[in-house]
Design a protein around this ligand. Structure first.
Ligand code: HEC
Length: 246
């Protein structure tokens, strides 16, 4: 039940976040929640690169394994890097105090982040990191300016820096906007591969935000079929009942 209360609260927060996000254009994530391969890959990357700082405290390992079609052995082998039991929820080893000490801000729980921010925002956020020597952690982010999260996927993506443009309006007021990125170091993945990986991570977070989506997708055709058949039967009944009414 907790997850639903959280979703409601986050929907409000998301509205506020979007209102204050400065209207930057987001890239469409084009995730596909029905792709098990994408969800499994996303889960693997999440556990390897994100779970050190972020928990998914409303998601249980074994529920995830079941939904993703993994056996308990596969779950233990590929997705549990801590001493956690399959029946545990996904916790992080980092305490909020440590988070605040290291980053100035505790990394938030991400179970329902896809509901709060939307998949396009998450996708753009993970593509939006650039090196910025003016920031204490050395990184900045295009869609979340001055975020205190480092670019944890830089080895995969490589390092890019931002080049800015200055515009002067009619009143002589100067604004500086990010014009484009310049790659200064290659990563182990090319751009397409990196985007695919990020899309899978976002897809996985979309799943944790509402695991029931998978069930809904499976049931939907049957519900529609039932409605069609029922409408037809109701029509036949109506004809039968009204046969003698003139
Ligand atoms: C080294 C610790 C660390 C790791 C690893 C890490 N993050 Fe973060 N993350 C943070 C911190 C700190 C923040 C808070 C940023 C802020 O609010 O300024 C954050 C914020 C976020 C947010 C924004 C939440 C919001 O406020 O809406 C998202 C989304 C996110 N992280 C996703 C990820 C994903 C996905 C990964 C794995 C690819 C990841 N993080 C790995 C530290 C980390």
């Amino acid at each position: 039940m907790n997850r639903f209360i959280l979703i409601a609260a986050l929907a409000l927060a998301s509205f506020a976040a979007q209102a204050s996000s400065g209207g930057e254009t987001l890239e469409p994530a084009n995730t596909n929640i029905r792709s098990k391969a994408s969800l499994i890959n996303g889960a693997k990357y999440f556990m390897a690169y994100c779970a050190g700082c972020h928990s998914l405290q409303y998601q249980r390992y074994n529920r995830m394994a079941k939904d993703l079609g993994l056996t308990e052995d596969e779950l233990k082998k590929y997705l549990i890097f801590t001493g956690a039991k399959p029946t545990d929820t996904i916790q992080t080893a980092m305490t909020p105090e440590q988070g605040e000490k290291f980053f100035g801000k505790a990394p938030p729980d991400l179970t329902v982040i896809a509901k709060a921010r939307g998949v396009d925002w998450l996708y753009s956020y993970l593509l939006g990191f650039y090196a910025d020597p003016e920031r204490p952690i050395g990184w900045n982010n295009q869609v979340f300016p001055n975020a205190s999260m480092p670019h944890v996927l830089w080895r995969l993506e490589g390092i890019k820096v931002a080049e800015f443009e200055t515009h002067t309006d009619d009143h002589g007021i100067e604004t500086r906007t990010l014009a484009h990125f310049k790659k200064v170091r290659e990563g182990v993945m090319d751009e397409e591969e990196y985007r695919r990986t990020v899309r899978d991570i976002v897809n996985f977070l979309d799943y944790t935000g509402e695991p029931a989506q998978l069930i809904r997708m499976r049931l939907a055709p049957w519900v529609l079929l039932f409605l069609v058949v029922f409408t037809f039967l109701a029509y036949l009944l109506k004809r039968e009942y009204f046969k003698d009414v003139h």
